[in-house]
Design a protein around this ligand. Structure first.
Ligand SMILES: [Zn+2]
Length: 91
């Protein structure tokens, strides 16, 4: 399995654990951002993210996946994100 497929698998696993389902996952070089989520549920993640350590990758993936539920960075988004990240860093 190549690293892109492996990474997509990782995104799918996290999405499933969160009860979310992106319509498509794209991995490509991005100039200004490291990830984005379209209103149609399409996730685009920069190839840069693959090189990051696991916890950082998860943080980026969870952040982006949450946009499937909350399109902005409002209070609720931040609260739910913090909740997920706390779980992630629990021993
Ligand atoms: Zn965001």
């Amino acid at each position: 399995m190549n690293k892109y497929r492996e990474f997509k698998e990782e995104v799918n696993l996290i999405a499933k654990a969160m009860g979310l389902q992106p319509t498509e996952i794209h991995i490509r070089k991005m100039k200004r951002k490291i990830a984005s989520c379209s209103s149609k549920g399409r996730l685009t993640i920069s190839t840069e993210v693959l090189e990051k350590p696991k916890e950082k990758r998860y943080e980026i993936i969870i952040h982006e996946l949450l946009h499937l539920r909350y399109p902005n960075h409002g209070k609720l988004f931040k609260l739910v994100l913090r909740n997920y990240l706390e779980k992630l860093y629990e021993p």
